[in-house]
Design a protein around this ligand. Structure first.
Ligand code: E4P
Length: 217
C-alpha cells in the first residue's frame, strides 16, 4: 500500500518524507488556501516546491469546471513537473477531461468520488487514480469503508488498472481497514501516519529494556 500525505504544508511534507515511508502528496483547493498562498504564480511555485520534496506523485487540482478550461488548466499543471498528477472532479466535463488526458498521456486523479458508479466511470475514462472520500461519507452516517470494498470488487471484476486512492481519512484505523480491503493508496494528514507507530506495549517494553540495560553498562 502506498502512503500519500494530504496537505500542502511543506514542513509536514518534509517530516512525512523523513520517515521514509512517503510515496506521494495530495492537495486540494482547501489545503492550498490553508497555507495562505495567494496569486497564480505563487500557487504554481508551491506545487513545484512540493514536487521537489517528494519522489512520487503530487496531485494538483484544477479549479475550472468547463471542459476546455479543465483541459487548458490540466495541461498547464502537468507541464510544471513530471511528478504532477492532474486532479479532476467527478463531474460531466471532468469525466470527458479524464478521457482526453488519458489519451494524451497526462496522469489523473479523479476526485470527489462518493459512489461505486462514479468510480466505475472514472476507471472507464482512464483515470490513473480514483479518490473515494471515506471520512466525508462517514460524516453523513454512511459507510465510507464499504465504498472502498465495492470499488475494489468492481475493479477486480474487470481488471481496471485505476488505483484506489482512499481519501478523507480521519484516523489510523481507517488506514488499516483500507489496507485490509485492498486500497492501493491511503492519503491522510501526518497525524494518522504517526499514530500507526504507537503501541503502549512498545513504550512499556522499551522502558524496561532501557532500565535493564543500565544493569550491564
Ligand atoms: C484528498 O485528495 C482529499 O482532497 C482529501 O482527502 C479530503 O479530505 P477531507 O474530507 O478531510 O477534507
Amino acid at each position: 500500500m502506498k502512503f500519500f500525505i494530504d496537505t500542502a504544508n511543506l514542513n509536514q511534507i518534509k517530516e512525512a518524507a523523513s520517515l521514509g515511508v512517503l510515496d506521494g502528496v495530495t492537495t486540494n483547493p482547501s489545503l492550498m488556501a490553508k497555507e495562505g498562498i495567494k496569486g497564480k504564480d505563487n500557487i504554481l511555485k508551491h506545487y513545484v516546491d512540493i514536487c521537489n520534496l517528494v519522489d512520487g506523485d503530487v496531485s494538483a487540482e484544477v479549479l475550472a469546471t468547463g471542459f476546455s478550461e479543465i483541459i487548458q488548466e490540466g495541461e498547464m499543471l502537468a507541464s510544471l513537473h513530471e511528478n504532477i498528477v492532474v486532479k479532476v472532479p467527478m463531474i460531466n466535463n471532468g469525466l470527458k477531461a479524464l478521457r482526453y488526458f488519458s489519451e494524451k498521456g497526462i496522469r489523473t486523479n479523479c476526485t470527489l468520488v462518493f459512489s461505486p458508479g462514479q468510480a466505475l466511470l472514472a476507471a472507464k475514462a482512464g483515470a490513473n487514480y480514483v479518490s473515494p472520500f471515506i471520512g466525508r461519507i462517514d460524516d453523513i452516517s454512511s459507510d465510507g469503508l464499504q465504498l472502498i470494498a465495492d470499488i475494489r470488487l468492481i475493479y477486480d471484476n474487470y481488471g481496471f488498472e485505476t488505483e484506489i486512492l482512499a481519501a478523507s481519512i480521519r484516523h489510523a484505523m481507517h488506514i488499516i481497514e483500507c489496507a485490509r480491503l485492498g486500497a492501493d493508496v491511503a492519503t491522510c494528514p501526518l497525524q494518522p501516519i504517526l499514530d500507526l507507530l504507537q503501541h503502549p506495549l512498545t513504550d512499556k517494553g522499551l522502558e524496561k529494556f532501557l532500565a535493564d540495560s543500565k544493569k550491564f553498562i
